[in-house]
Ligand binder design. Structure first.
Ligand SMILES: NC(=O)C1=CN([C@@H]2O[C@H](COP(=O)(O)OP(=O)(O)OC[C@H]3O[C@@H](n4cnc5c(N)ncnc54)[C@H](OP(=O)(O)O)[C@@H]3O)[C@@H](O)[C@H]2O)C=CC1
Ligand SMILES: CC(C)CCC[C@@H](C)[C@H]1CC=C2C3=C(CC[C@@]21C)[C@@]1(C)CC[C@H](O)C(C)(C)[C@@H]1CC3
Length: 418
């Protein structure tokens, strides 16, 4: 269907050229990281020691395993949910409904994996399959994004996202045209954002821990910390699953290659980079340092969770006693903006907490290599860019009230610094 007339959102990521470059660069970066983590020098910058042939990338066993994983997560998504939540109001004033059973999917997956392992499933063999698994995940992301692009051609105009209707096929394929592509109750974006990739990430971490125990007798303290911190992060995301319904990805961004690849390939295979690194590059870690890193993670988590929960509670019910006493600014839309509490400290306190946790995930890997700090570097860039996008949208939405908020809360992410 033709895109709507009228003002269009400004092009992001350098427009069609930037999008075309990212289509190649993102998968290339992911494979570079996978190869670097298993190589001796583990260099973040510079070419990998050797390039894999097709036989190292393509494996029918990996394809089967990958399809079984997607099938399992889809089946768990379709199980009866403890709650069905309503999303934000859409342009046509309707609200979509979403099953809240992500945490249940995580627990059931853990039980199934536990059963499998006790029946002889070799979890420690998974790290050897990361390359072909990442390859089929990338192929799936391309094919799936093509399907999403075609599906959007026949979707009603009201179902399209503001950012993905430039009319340029490469740009729209990358950013995603349809806001909430679904087949019946199955919401592709919501499913992909929280299930196969996020749960896959902790499963890969666990497999790396098991492999380390096989190789060295027991997992290292550093490996335990990385596994524990990231499991907490994923468990928290699934426990607070409903909160994702107010994030930018669900309310504003279309579902195209960027999110499809990000969700199902980038997250599991690059977010597990620290554990991949530790398997081949063991790092000594004493108890005092480990305790300090735990404290950093706890501070980050406290800020991240406090800020996200405060905003969610406020958005759901501004007269909830937990947020009713906070200072606010009224906006012309009828919605208010918090100007005290976490959201009075900086304009994105949740990003600050997330970044502090990112640092804690890298520190167990020591300071001899830059590679395990990739997540921290990438994530800083992602959040700075995301913050700028969000500010633009908020200024458009709230106008003068947003300017007043920026005046009262001048720092974006880090108090007195940025
Ligand atoms: N690990 C990862 O790879 C990633 C993690 N994240 C994490 O996801 C979480 C969600 O991030 P994201 O969706 O980017 O953005 P936020 O959750 O920060 O949401 C931004 C929205 O919050 C509302 N808002 C902003 N300021 C205020 C205020 N003062 N009072 C009330 N509402 C306000 C506005 O929406 P409105 O007014 O319409 O409600 C704004 O558009 C973050 O914790 C982030 O760190 C994000 C990206 C990647
Ligand atoms: C591949 C590209 C460079 C960028 C892709 C970005 C995506 C990987 C991220 C965009 C927003 C995300 C969120 C989470 C994971 C990463 C992606 C998909 C999130 C689910 C992680 C867990 C958090 O608790 C959260 C708040 C639920 C996150 C929501 C945003």
């Amino acid at each position: 269907m033709a895109p709507p007339e009228g003002p269009r959102a400004p092009l992001e990521f350098g427009g069609p050229l930037g999008a075309a470059a990212l289509l190649l660069l993102l998968p290339a970066t992911m494979f570079h990281l996978l190869l670097a983590a298993r190589s001796g020098p583990a260099r973040l910058l510079g070419p990998p020691a050797s390039l894999p042939g097709l036989e190292a990338l393509w494996s029918p066993r990996a394809l089967l395993l990958w399809l079984a994983w997607l099938g399992l997560q889809a089946a768990l998504y379709l199980l009866p949910a403890r709650k069905v939540a309503e999303g934000q109001e859409l342009e046509d004033k309707s609200r979509l409904r979403y099953p809240i059973n992500g945490f249940q999917a995580l627990v059931l997956t853990a039980l199934l994996v536990g059963l499998g392992v006790s029946a002889g499933l070799p979890l420690g063999a998974l790290p050897e399959m990361l390359l072909p698994l990442a390859f089929v995940a990338t192929l799936t992301a391309f094919i799936f994004s093509l399907f999403l692009y075609m599906k959007a051609q026949v979707a009603p105009v009201s179902a399209l996202a503001p950012g993905g209707i430039s009319g340029n096929p490469i740009y729209d394929f990358f950013l995603g045209r349809e806001l909430n592509p679904r087949i019946c109750f199955f919401d592709f974006k919501y499913f992909c954002e929280l299930r196969p990739g996020l749960i896959g990430w902790v499963l890969i971490n666990l497999a790396l821990l098991v492999k380390e125990a096989e190789l060295r007798g027991s997992p290292s303290l550093a490996m335990w910390l990385v596994n524990g911190f990231q499991l907490l992060y994923v468990g928290d995301a699934l426990w607070h699953e409903e909160a994702i319904l107010t994030t930018m990805d669900i309310t504003h961004d279309g579902f195209g290659f960027m999110l499809a690849f990000g969700d199902i390939a980038w997250v599991p295979f690059t977010y597990s980079l620290q554990a991949q690194f530790l398997l081949r590059h063991p790092q000594p870690l004493g108890l005092p340092m480990a305790s300090a890193i735990c404290l950093i993670n706890a501070i980050g988590y406290y800020i991240f969770r406090g800020a996200n929960s405060q905003k969610n509670t406020f958005r759901k019910n501004p007269s909830d006693p937990r947020v009713a006493g906070l200072e606010t600014i009224s906006t012309a839309t009828g919605r208010k903006l918090l100007v005290s509490g976490w959201w009075g400290m900086v304009r994105h306190p949740n990003y600050l907490g997330d970044l502090i946790m990112a640092l804690a995930w890298s520190l167990p890997c020591g300071v001899s290599h830059l590679l395990p700090y990739f997540y921290l570097l990438y994530f800083t860039a992602l959040l700075v860019h995301r913050e700028a996008r969000d500010e633009r949208q908020c200024l458009q939405k709230y106008g003068l009230a947003w300017q007043e908020y920026c005046r009262r809360v001048p720092y974006r992410i880090v108090p007195y610094i940025y």
